[in-house]
Design a protein around this ligand. Sequence first.
Ligand SMILES: Cc1cc2nc3c(=O)[nH]c(=O)nc-3n(C[C@H](O)[C@H](O)[C@H](O)COP(=O)(O)OP(=O)(O)OC[C@H]3O[C@@H](n4cnc5c(N)ncnc54)[C@H](O)[C@@H]3O)c2cc1C
Length: 458
Amino acid sequence: MNTAGCSAIQASHAAPENSCDVLIIGGGPGGSTTAAFLAQKGWRVTLLEKEHHPRFHIGESLLPLNMPLLERLGVRDEVARIGLLKLAAEFNCEGYEPATYYFANAMRKTYPSAYEVRRSEFDNLLLRNSQKKGAQVHEGVKVTNVESRPGQTSLISAVDEKGQPHLWGARVVVDASGRDTFFANRQKMKQRNPQHNSAAIFGHFEGAVRRLGKDEGNISVYWFKHGWYWMIPLRDGAMSVGAVCWPYYLKSRKKSVDEFFMDTLTLNPLVAERLKNARLMAPAMATGNFSYQADRMSGDGWLIVGDAFAFIDPVFSSGVFLAMNSAELAAGAIDDALCTGDLSAKSLGRHEKKIRRGLKTFSWFIYRVTTPALRKMLMSPHNVFRVEEAILSLLSADIFGKTPIRFPLFVFKIVYYIASIISWRESLVSYRQRHRAWHSKLDFVWKSDAARQEERTG
Ligand SMILES: Cc1cc2nc3c(=O)[nH]c(=O)nc-3n(C[C@H](O)[C@H](O)[C@H](O)COP(=O)(O)OP(=O)(O)OC[C@H]3O[C@@H](n4cnc5c(N)ncnc54)[C@H](O)[C@@H]3O)c2cc1C
């Protein structure tokens, strides 16, 4: 970036009180990362967050490619202090030995670990980092409307907790509102993915059986007949446990959410065993978990990052990385756009193809994760044609760089299709189950993350 040139542009836009170069809606990992990188460049950044940090958020497992990003943000050591070191992802299925994928064996050996984090601490740390870098952060302020005015600053309306209205002017607006999908909803451009129609029910436990030694921080994934479970150990001894299920199963709930959750966790004996002496620490929560993508990632004077643009099933723990990665790319695009004065959709969304490609790479695996063929292949890893290393690179989120995973992943897909044909009976049953889910409406689901506090049942 030409700093001198940019300073001149910034100075010429010195503005009244509630105006800024970039206004960000939402202070999750996506919003805070965008804010930190742009404030660091000297732009006047305002971030509005409707809640107060630290606040609860689900999604505690980070991926190895988060680590260099955290370094670039200057917070890696702080994250190490709140996190539990994660060296592998472990898959479990009855009748098989656990398959433990150590990140150190990925194609690129540079990123052998990640962390499990409490999101209240992690998100708070990222938000405070953006403040330290110069971003103006206002918590308890909810954005209610954005008026885009081509050729002029956008007008952003917000309301605080006392009901007081506020108005900001900004040259660029970033939607980082997560699954609230502020822009995509308002512009009616949110496309639900009917092929991956699931929902999650989750909670934190104390007293769950943990893995020992270097494996203590590994995420465990289990399958059961209505979906899959995660177990994510946290540094303070708690265990985050969740079940991602097909809607028809959740619709069958006749009991309280807590009871239904506890019953669900008994459906796999391996999970039940680890939770035998465990206690749910707070009421269970649920969220509609279906995948979606917005039609566009940018417009004149605005763009979208993180979950506000797209959400895919969390089985590979990709969400936080995808949000922060898209935020870093967005910050680069915004910086250049502000420097050149070209705030067009094309200029702000120059990285859209890259983001979509990454989502597509993950999605192929994620949409098939409950199929018998993929399950068997994940449970019996082989490194022929470096397939196992490539899967590890995928599990590490090393899919955007120059790592040569394309060919091995192609081989994996061919083997998958052959395996599906060989075990066609099982595949057909699984296909019918998924197909039923595609046509199952999720409207019943116990609202979204945004309403999770109300989700709690006494
Ligand atoms: C069941 C489940 C399990 C998951 N597990 C994992 C996991 O293990 N690992 C992982 O990496 N990811 C996981 N994820 C995904 C991960 O949580 C998200 O991808 C990640 O939080 C996205 O970050 P974000 O900044 O885009 O959105 P968010 O983190 O949701 O942040 C959005 C912020 O915007 C604020 N906001 C919304 N609307 C407004 C408004 N109008 N005005 C002001 N503020 C607003 C919200 O309060 C929120 O703080 C999981 C998701 C689910 C649903």
